[in-house]
Design a protein around this ligand. Structure first.
Ligand code: NAI
Length: 330
């Protein structure tokens, strides 16, 4: 099969190179169509992405994406948000679990964040009300709330998960988060075999840092989902270990949760695990279960042995040496 590969900015090229090598070693038959996109491409060409990228994602339906940088406070809008809205990849699936050998506060975390990916404050509807006041619109629709709640329950059913918890702040944002929560409750009633509950976002943060094992599947509007994803990544050893998939009806874009890590870019220091695990999600979704499991086991055993680990978890190996170690395990 063919799939689009976007290396992206910063550490993106280094970790994409790791995936290219592992893909060859696994002999999956996946042929990458590589497209440039992001801030670096923008500064060299004036465009945000190479021509033909959107068409090919649309035609092939699958892409693996490295991180792309977004200027803060001004400049162009996020390519990630653009792609998610353009292809209506409405569900951002972010599994979080402890990995043996990765230093972290907890050892038995196993939860999944299902983040609504197309609306909320990420819709980008902002304007200056007057010269000293900015307005941003939080857009929550019943349609998108129902779609994401249904996705979470269907996912729980298929994966044998027991509980789905909705994340909100409906005590304060009674209309927007209220709609999200009420829609969730209606959908939950259709799935009596799955336990359902809800939690206010601030209380959730406290509960996550004190006992993350009490959660199973968390379904959240866009902004809360984004924030708790990094928090949860921190619970299991950091952003280097957090994969994700942006799932729509016709297109899925797999990517690491982390960004372009400009502080370590170009230094052979990046941990490619998050992108490798995102690629493993891609393999599973396309029937290559054995290769995906082989890859996961190889990554986990290199990490557990602790000889060739990257500096984010206290190791000294570079991206290339880590990749080589994974390859040898394969
Ligand atoms: P970041 O995730 O790039 O980095 C945060 C910290 O984690 C840094 O210290 C970095 O070195 C470390 N880190 C991240 N990934 C790592 C890895 N694979 N291995 C080792 N260490 C790693 O977040 P930051 O600095 O806030 O954002 C940088 C840029 O990335 C921004 O322009 C932002 O907009 C963009 N970004 C893009 C995302 C995407 O394309 N999906 C997601 C998040 C941020």
């Amino acid at each position: 099969m063919k799939a689009v590969l976007i290396p992206g900015d910063g550490i993106g090229k280094e970790i994409a190179e790791s995936v290219i090598e592992i893909n060859e070693a696994l002999n999956t038959g996946i042929e990458w169509e590589v497209f440039q996109a992001g801030a670096e491409y923008h500064s060299s060409s004036g465009d945000l992405m190479e021509k033909g990228l959107l068409e090919r994602i649309n035609e092939l339906g699958v892409a693996l994406k490295g991180p792309t940088a977004t200027p803060i406070g001004s400049g162009f809008r996020s390519i990630n948000v653009y792609l998610r809205q353009a292809f209506s990849t409405y569900a951002n699936l972010r599994p979080v679990h402890s990995i043996a050998g990765v230093p972290s506060r907890y050892e038995n975390v196993d939860l999944v964040i299902v983040r609504e990916n197309t609306e909320d404050l990420y819709k980008g509807i902002e304007y200056m009300y007057d010269s000293r006041t900015a307005h941003g619109i939080k857009l929550i629709s019943e349609e998108a709330s129902e779609r994401i709640a249904r996705f979470a329950f269907e996912y729980a059913l298929k994966q044998g998960r027991k509980k789905v918890t909705a994340v909100h702040k409906a005590n304060i944002m009674k209309l927007t988060d209220g709609l999200f929560l009420n829609t969730f409750r209606k959908v939950a009633a259709e799935y009596p075999m799955i336990e359902s509950s809800d939690v206010i976002i601030d209380a959730l943060c406290m509960k996550l840092v004190t006992d993350p094992t009490q959660f199973d599947v968390l379904v959240a509007p866009n902004l809360y989902g984004d924030i708790i994803s990094d928090l949860c990544a921190g619970l299991v050893g950091g952003l280097g270990f957090a994969p994700s998939a942006n799932i729509g009806e016709n297109v899925t874009i797999y990517e690491a949760v982390h960004g372009s890590a400009p502080d370590i870019a170009g230094q052979d220091k990046a941990n490619p695990t998050a992108l490798l695990l995102s690629y493993a999600m891609l393999l599973k979704d396309h029937g290559m279960i054995d290769q995906a499991k082989k890859l996961e086991q190889a990554v986990y055993s290199v990490v557990e042995e602790g000889i060739y680990t990257t500096c984010d978890i206290g190791g000294t190996a570079g991206t290339k040496v880590f990749t080589q170690a994974v390859k040898e395990k394969l």
